[in-house]
Design a binder for this molecule. Structure first.
Ligand code: F6R
Length: 264
C-alpha cells in the first residue's frame, strides 16, 4: 500500500490499483468530489463529463452549484452524458433522471441544454436509441471524467452482475436489489421501473478518468469486495475498474468501515 497524506486526507493506492481518498463523512465526500470536478472544468472548459444520479452525488451537485454561484465556474462549454435513464419515463416525469438532473444541477448552472444528454427512456425503438447515444458520446470525443456511484451489488451505471465487460449502451432489466434501493425515490414501490437504458461497461471504461463515490454503511460490504477481492469478474461489475488506469474512489468512513486502512 502506498500511503500519502494530501491536504489532510488519506490518499492510498490500494492493491486493487484503485486510488482511495478516505474522507470522514458525506459532506466531505461531496466537497472533495466537487473540488475535483471543478478543477477538471477549470483546466479544460470544454470538458466532457459523465454524470450519475442517485442519492450519492446529490451533495456533490449542491457543491458544484454553490461554487458556480460564488466563484463563477462556467459550464458554458461543458458537455455532459448521464449514465442512465429509466425505460418508460418521459423527461418531464418527476421520477425520471432527466428531472433529477434538471432539479439538482442543470437549471442552476450556465450549461446550454443542448450540451446535456441522457438516454431517452421513451424512445420507440430503444435499441436504436442506445446506438444513437453511444454514437453521440463518440462524436463528443469520449468522456473526460466519469462520475460513478456503486450499487450494493457492485453495479455501475445499471450494469447489473453478469453484464459482459464488452457491453455498450443497452437496455437492461434492473436487479430486484436495485429496484428496492431506488424505492425511496417513488411513492409506490410498484412504480419503480423494471428496465433502464444504461451506458455499457465498455462505454464507461473508455472514460479517461473515473471518480467513484461511495457513502454510508450500506456500501461497506461492496467496497470491501471491490478493494480486497482479487478477482475481476462480471459478478462484481465494479471490479473491472481495477483494470482502468485512472480511477479514484472517494469513500467515507462508513463505506470504508470493513476495510479500514488495511488495504494490503
Ligand atoms: C445512477 C446509477 C447507479 C447509482 C447506484 C448507487 O445513475 O447509475 O449506478 O450510482 O445505484 O445509487 P445511490 O447513490 O442512490 O446509492
Amino acid at each position: 500500500m502506498i500511503l500519502t497524506v494530501e491536504e489532510g486526507e488519506i490518499d492510498m493506492i490500494s492493491k486493487s490499483g484503485i486510488r482511495v481518498v478516505a474522507v470522514s463523512d458525506y459532506e466531505e465526500l461531496s466537497r472533495e468530489a466537487a473540488r475535483r470536478i471543478i478543477a477538471a472544468v477549470r483546466q479544460h472548459p470544454a470538458s466532457v463529463l459523465g454524470l450519475a444520479t442517485g442519492s450519492t452525488p446529490e451533495g456533490t451537485y449542491r457543491e458544484l452549484v454553490r461554487d458556480h454561484r460564488e466563484k463563477g465556474t462556467s459550464y458554458q462549454q461543458v458537455t455532459t452524458f448521464n449514465l442512465d435513464e429509466y425505460v418508460g419515463l418521459a423527461a418531464n416525469d418527476p421520477h425520471s433522471y432527466h428531472a433529477y438532473m434538471e432539479q439538482h444541477l442543470f437549471r442552476h448552472l450556465d450549461i446550454p441544454r443542448g450540451q446535456t444528454h441522457l438516454p431517452d427512456g421513451t424512445a420507440e425503438e430503444p435499441e436504436v436509441e442506445c446506438r444513437r447515444y453511444e454514437e453521440m458520446i463518440r462524436e463528443a470525443g469520449g468522456i473526460d471524467l466519469q462520475v460513478l456511484g456503486i450499487g450494493v451489488n457492485g453495479h455501475i451505471g445499471f450494469n447489473e452482475p453478469g453484464t459482459p465487460f464488452s457491453s455498450e449502451t443497452q437496455v437492461v432489466q434492473l436487479a430486484e436489489s436495485t429496484r428496492q434501493a431506488n424505492q425511496i425515490h417513488f411513492e409506490d414501490p410498484e412504480q419503480v421501473p423494471t428496465h433502464a437504458i444504461t451506458m455499457g461497461m465498455a462505454t464507461i471504461l473508455r472514460s479517461r478518468g473515473i471518480l467513484l463515490l461511495a457513502s454510508g454503511a450500506k456500501k461497506a460490504p461492496v467496497i470491501q469486495r471491490l478493494l480486497t477481492e482479487a478477482e475481476i469478474t462480471p459478478d462484481l461489475p465494479a471490479s473491472i475498474l481495477r483494470s482502468h488506469e485512472d480511477v479514484t474512489l472517494i469513500a467515507d468512513q462508513e463505506a470504508l468501515s470493513l476495510v479500514g486502512t488495511d488495504l494490503d
